[in-house]
Design a protein around this ligand. Structure first.
Ligand code: FE2
Ligand code: FE2
Length: 318
């Protein structure tokens, strides 16, 4: 290889790197513009003074964890509404933990990344949006008059550990796991007239801003996977598949069942064995699972096995 050849190749790779950085910047600029045009304030954009409406529910019945089980048949209509309320409280509590963790990741991406470039500016914008979302969830929980659900210690340790792994497709894929599941659930319910109006408004506002977050995380996962070879992709897809296995059971804490006189273990077992458990998870996961397959996250024996165990893959992909 001549010096001239070497210079040419180095010039080419330098040009490609500049092209990738410019393209990432373009995505960040587009999302920054959208953030400036479409945003909300949780303090004024939800009518917190209005009372809850009689006869409305908190979650769609068919997405309540015990729906379709024999335990569900033993519950009175009031207990079914109460269980939906407690499950919503569990999901909102989990969402606050998850969004704080997403904020930590984005702050790290600023200090470890370009600091003042457009991508960092967007990461800071998204962190601020997640903080507003958590304030909205906290306000809703307070207004509902229910206790929040704390995550057990081992899950907090796991979140702490994940917070320090190198940023890459696994970290942004983890962000997607949280955001896309919530987004899919909220899009289904936000226009349902049977749901409490405060809950519907919370969902509408959240969906509006999460669309940007999902676009950003997907872009990062795709780029991260494309820029890595087969061996460097493997730990990312293995860790993500393992996390997918844990995320679904985290959404509904076992203690919600105590509110309707059912022991946590009995409730969790019934929900896991219920006729709609798999269909619900597949529904929440479908667009995200297809994206993960497309970018090479669903490859390798172990990762595939973990994904299948999570029950989140649509049947045609399994
Ligand atoms: Fe959010
Ligand atoms: Fe988000």
């Amino acid at each position: 290889m001549t010096v001239a050849d070497g210079e040419t190749r180095s010039d080419k790779s330098g040009t490609a790197a500049v092209g990738v950085a410019a393209d990432r910047d373009r995505v960040a600029v587009r999302l920054l513009k959208s953030s400036a045009e479409k945003f909300f304030d949780p303090i004024v954009d939800v009518d917190w003074d209005a009372p809850f409406e009689e006869g409305k529910v908190w979650l769609p019945e068919h997405r309540t964890s015990l729906y379709g089980t024999t335990l569900w048949e033993t519950l009175t209509p009031e207990q079914r509404v109460e269980l939906g309320k407690q499950e919503l409280a569990g999901i909102l509590s989990f969402a606050i933990y998850a969004e704080c963790w997403v904020g930590l990741m984005f702050l790290r991406s600023v200090t470890e990344g370009g600091l003042i470039d457009k991508r960092s500016q967007y990461a800071l914008t998204e962190t601020a949006e997640e903080a507003r979302h958590s304030i909205m969830f906290a306000r809703l929980l307070s207004k509902m008059g229910v206790e929040h659900y704390r995550q057990p210690k081992w899950r907090l340790y796991l979140m702490r550990f994940i917070s320090f792994v190198p940023l890459g497709p696994f970290s942004y894929g983890s962000v997607m796991l949280i955001e896309e599941i919530l987004d899919r659930a909220q899009r289904e319910s936000m226009n349902d007239p049977d749901i409490q109006p405060h809950v519907r408004q919370m969902m509408r506002l959240h969906v509006m801003e999460e669309a940007r977050h999902i676009a950003f995380a997907r872009d990062e996962v795709r780029r991260g996977m494309e820029s890595r070879g087969r061996f460097r992709r493997a730990p990312h897809r293995l860790c993500l598949a393992f996390l997918a296995l844990l995320v679904f059971p985290l959404l509904v804490p076992g203690s919600v069942y105590k509110s309707v006189g059912i022991g946590p273990l009995r409730g969790m077992r019934a929900a896991r064995r219920g006729p709609h458990y798999k269909a619900n998870i597949q529904y929440y996961c479908e667009p995200m699972a297809r994206f993960f397959v497309d970018v090479g996250m669903y490859e390798g024996f172990l990762a595939k096995k973990l994904w299948r165990m999570s029950k989140g893959l649509p049947d045609d992909l399994v």
